[in-house]
Ligand binder design. Structure first.
Ligand code: AMP
Length: 190
């Protein structure tokens, strides 16, 4: 099964993806984590994306698509992929659909975590204090949220039209949100 965890920055996608990995043996494909690893490694691609991420903008589609493509065999060898932070625009979603189709797969479910903006800002401010991720500073966070509404949220009708979208209230505790995601997954054929 291939699942997309969808939602604005700070909605809990990464936290819930890690839990699903632990519970279900799926592979988390987080383009944000992959890009941060490239920056930490000091690779040419990492150097290219660092200022873009620091500004809170989206990096070029070709880069994230390449990262996902590299990891696809690993996901296929296990129980499937949890896409976290990818796709982030309609062009990426179309490439992902084509990539999966060519491999005989598909996106089975898109879980959108809904959290209001005030709560997101509070969570990201806390994470910035705890982890010091540079793009979590309040100014950059506003740019990231702007990119989400302008470029990523238009994906909701894309998946709604395919009858794959399930909205889950992401305002609760980690355990409550986990329970709601599990309930959505239960509706999927085995
Ligand atoms: P995230 O950890 O998913 O919030 O991603 C952190 C940053 O990495 C984003 O603000 C973007 O600059 C970049 N990024 C991550 N995933 C993508 C993607 N699918 N498309 C474009 N940029 C991305």
């Amino acid at each position: 099964m291939n699942l997309i965890l969808f939602g604005p920055p700070g909605s809990g996608k990464g936290t819930q993806a890690k839990r699903l990995v632990a519970d279900r043996g799926m592979v988390q494909l987080s383009t944000g984590d992959m890009l941060r690893a490239a920056i930490a490694a000091g690779s040419p691609m990492g150097k290219q994306v660092e200022p873009i991420i620091a500004a809170g903008h989206l990096v070029p589609d070709a880069i994230v698509v390449g990262l996902i493509e590299e990891r696809m065999p690993e996901a296929e060898a296990t129980g499937g992929a949890i896409f976290d932070g990818f796709p982030r625009n309609v062009a990426q979603a179309e490439v992902l659909d084509a990539m999966l189709e060519a491999r005989g797969g598909r996106i089975d479910l898109v879980v959108c975590l809904t959290v209001d903006d005030g709560e997101l800002l509070g969570r990201i401010t806390e994470r910035f204090k705890e982890q010091g991720r540079p793009d979590d500073n309040p100014e950059t966070f506003k740019a990231r949220l702007g990119a989400y509404y302008a470029q990523t949220a238009p994906l909701l009708p894309y998946y709604e039209d395919q009858a794959k979208l399930v909205k889950v209230d992401g305002m609760g505790s980690i355990a409550e949100v986990a329970k709601a995601i599990d309930a959505a997954l239960e509706t999927m054929p085995a």
